[in-house]
Design a binder for this molecule. Structure first.
Ligand SMILES: Nc1nc2c(ncn2[C@@H]2O[C@H](COP(=O)(O)OP(=O)(O)OP(=O)(O)O)[C@@H](O)[C@H]2O)c(=O)[nH]1
Ligand SMILES: [Mg+2]
Length: 296
């Protein structure tokens, strides 16, 4: 048998193409939050795949985008750019149904990446006519010069095994960096906060989800269950009422769905307490961004 491989691999692409869905499908756990809204992912997150043939540390990144250059957005773009400096291989993820100016920009960034590059055209389940995939491949390949082009439906885990084969093939030999039973570099508190934010993004409309963040204030294992308390921080006072909802309905729904997702991920029952507080203008306040954990 050949020597075990190890490497970090960045998943990059514009918002909403399915990078986090792909990370989850590769790892087999709901680590990264997924919603239909662009700019869901805000922090780099490593998902670890360990097999006999080696280990891959997949780096999910915030979607690279051009909108609204406030403080948080600048940090999101920087985070995706930084990931490319630290990895052994890069996967450019695109939505096979739509190529945009933002994809163009990401392509330019990834084309300059010095290591192996792979192109993933995702969401092929939405295509009526798959012949367009070949046209895309012909157009994009000379510009990206990828090691491989893969056609995926990440939400159904279709094509994911082939992508793993390609990734193991292009990574260097080396020892694993993570214990075999570890799925991520992020602490459980972070994952718990993200699962609350996922539900808030799904339940709230328009701009509100973009103006909030979640912090876990308490995370304790006691008497066979996890006791978790999380604070939802909103940027404007008027958003507080919307997060809570009439008679607390919205917050109740968010809490029960997030709790279920946590119980599944952590493998034990969860007791979850949620609170809401306003911190005016945190999205554009550099000190607040540091304090709220947006430092990478
Ligand atoms: N039909 C279809 N939908 C998919 C597929 N993969 C992902 N999606 C959907 O696309 C949407 C965005 O998925 P995400 O994984 O959050 O996308 P992302 O690239 O991580 O987005 P950001 O974090 O905002 O950059 C979600 O509604 C997913 O369910 C796929 O293969 N087919
Ligand atoms: Mg994402």
């Amino acid at each position: 048998m050949s020597e075990p491989r190890f490497g970090h691999v960045a998943l990059v692409g514009r918002p909403n193409v399915g990078k986090s869905t792909l990370l989850n499908a590769l790892v087999g756990e709901h680590l990264a939050i997924v919603t239909h809204k662009p700019q869901t992912t805000r922090n780099r997150l490593v998902g670890v795949v360990t097999e006999a043939r080696g280990q891959i540390a997949l780096v999910d990144t915030p979607g690279m985008h051009q909108r609204r250059p406030h403080g948080l957005n600048r940090r999101l773009n920087r985070s995706a750019g930084l990931a490319l400096r630290e990895v052994d291989a890069a996967v450019l993820v695109a939505d096979a149904t739509r190529w945009t100016d933002e994809d163009e920009q990401v392509l330019e960034r990834v084309a300059g990446f010095p290591g192996p590059r792979l192109l993933v055209l995702n969401k092929i389940d939405l295509l009526d006519d798959r012949s367009s995939l070949l046209e895309w491949t012909a157009q994009l390949s000379p510009r990206l010069n990828p090691q491989a082009v893969l056609y995926l439906a990440a939400c159904r885990a279709e094509g994911v095994a082939e992508l793993l084969d390609e990734l193991f093939a292009c990574l260097p030999a080396g020892p694993p960096a993570y214990p075999a039973d570890e799925f991520t570099d992020r602490p459980a508190r972070f994952l718990a906060a993200e699962l609350v934010r996922e539900q808030l993004m799904l339940q709230l409309h328009q701009e509100i989800p973009y103006g909030l963040t979640v912090q876990v204030e308490r995370y304790e294992a006691r008497a066979g269950r996890l006791w978790i308390a999380a604070l939802i921080v909103v940027a404007e006072d008027r958003h507080k009422g919307m997060v809570i909802g009439r008679q607390g309905q919205v917050l109740k729904r968010v809490g029960s769905r997030a709790r279920r997702a946590m119980a599944e991920l952590f493998g034990q029952p969860v007791h979850l307490d949620l609170h809401v507080r306003t911190r005016a203008g945190w999205v554009d306040d550099e000190r607040a961004l540091d304090e709220l954990g947006f430092s990478d």
